[in-house]
Write a protein that binds this ligand. Sequence first.
Ligand code: GRF
Length: 210
Amino acid sequence: MKRLVILISGRGSNLPSIFEACERECWPAQIVGVIGNRPGAAGLDVARAHGIAPQVVDHKLFASREAFDAALAEAIDAHRPDLVVLAGFMRVLTAGFVERYAGRMVNIHPSLLPAFTGLHTHRRAIEAGCKLAGATVHYVTPELDFGPIVAQAAVPVEPGDDEAALAARVLDAERRLYPTALRWIVRERVSIDAASGLVTQLDGEPQWLR
Ligand code: GRF
């Protein structure tokens, strides 16, 4: 059984679909912890609703990024995780932290990477006149929003979309995308080429959704 620890900052929008897919599809995996960095985040209640007592490591209580990351790593490691899943975790992580979980930490980012790394992805996609937007699941490397891409979901940008409308459409796609990518990973159905960093789905399943 692979042990998954999920990190959140806000609503935990991706938690229900991950919990449900893990159970419904009988993943060889168990969600053993949910950790947030903001007390009172709505996602903590979502974890409780799925039978997990969430933990909080409040970043505001730490004087430096390094100190916060050390406390966070301690909380994560107590769960002996095989995979750390960032699901709306809005903290920039130190290189040391990222190295510690190299090859066993994934993130979902609300754009079709490598376009629109960072924040306000939907607004920027609309302003750029993009006709497609989407989300990307990738392994986490020290460079922000840049690691090996596991899977992507594309959605249309509709005429008249505002940021909220596009965000909702992308989030809906994320609810299918993240469980798909995680299922592959926990079943060891992806490989990463060491030289190129490219990720291949070993059964030939499409690595994109729409
Ligand atoms: C999603 O857009 C995800 O891509 C990004 O954070 C958002 C989810 O945050 N990483 P939340 O769970 O709704 O707070």
